[in-house]
Design a binder for this molecule. Structure first.
Ligand SMILES: [Zn+2]
Ligand SMILES: [Zn+2]
Length: 265
């Protein structure tokens, strides 16, 4: 199967992007060459200034800042790839998406992030440490993100990845039942949210199978597949490297998710 898309990538306009990772560098790294990506979504971090409560890190990463990439795109060599301008939009501590409906329309698509759990005392209270409590946060925030309705097609990025809980990550995931996952993914399907197939499933600190994929993420995505969700690939690269996308293509094939279930937004 020829899967050649990636909808979760960052350039240097994200505060965490590599400084030399311009849009052109990203296009050269991901889209040039025989295995290059044919549909590229650029999704820099976003918090709309019209939504109160941005952290100091988010404040400069507002709508005009993120949309400036459209200017860069005008003169860029896309190597024949179709380029979509999206954003990775934050979900506030009280479970609201950090963009207005009006501004959402300015993007080709949006990825909603419900689990930036490394943002302590901003996204989650720092006292939350026990796997049971983390699971509660992951599930409740996923559901709220899934139910968000915006006037643009949305995906949910890095679903259930308990960022910053590396030591207990597998334990956290293992404690989420198939029924709990199904409930979450039913909501995502009902509200037309694409589920991201993300590089978190390939992290070497996790228990991995013979193919290098984490069984807990396989189970989670398997439930989403069973429920009938649609999917997109998201390497989440912050540098111009194709390798993570190539691995995700293998992972998608391994999951048995065919082109009919992949969205291009
Ligand atoms: Zn993220
Ligand atoms: Zn990201």
């Amino acid at each position: 199967m020829d899967i050649r898309s990636d909808f979760h990538t960052h350039t240097n306009i994200s505060a965490c992007g590599a400084p030399d990772n311009t849009l052109q560098a990203l296009l050269d790294g991901l889209c040039a060459g025989p295995d290059g990506v044919r549909v590229l979504g650029v999704s820099n971090h976003l918090w709309d200034s019209d939504v109160v409560g941005a952290s100091p890190w988010y404040a400069p990463q507002n709508v005009p800042h993120v949309l400036a990439i459209r200017e860069e795109l005008k003169t860029a060599d896309t190597h024949g790839a179709r380029v979509l301008i999206g954003a990775e939009v934050e979900f506030t501590a009280d479970c609201k998406v950090a963009i207005t409906e009006e501004h959402a329309k300015l993007f080709d698509y949006l990825l909603i992030t419900a689990n930036h759990l490394h943002m302590k005392d901003f996204i989650i209270p720092s006292w939350i440490k026990e796997p049971e409590d983390v699971r509660f946060v992951l599930i409740s925030r996923f559901k709220a993100a899934a139910e968000t309705d915006l006037p643009v097609r949305c995906g949910i990025c890095h679903p259930f990845f308990p960022i910053s809980f590396k030591d207990t990550e597998n334990e956290i995931l293992a404690g989420i039942t198939d029924e709990q996952y199904a409930e979450c993914f039913e909501l995502a399907k009902k509200h037309d949210k694409s589920i991201e197939i993300h590089s978190s499933a390939l992290n070497p600190h996790l228990p991995l199978n013979e193919k290098g994929f984490c069984p807990e993420y396989i189970r989670m995505l398997g439930v989403a597949k069973e429920v009938g969700c649609t999917f997109h690939l998201g390497s989440d690269v912050h540098r111009p490297v194709l390798e993570p996308n190539l691995r995700l293509r293998e992972f998608t094939e391994y999951l048995g998710i065919g082109k009919d279930r992949l969205t291009d937004f």
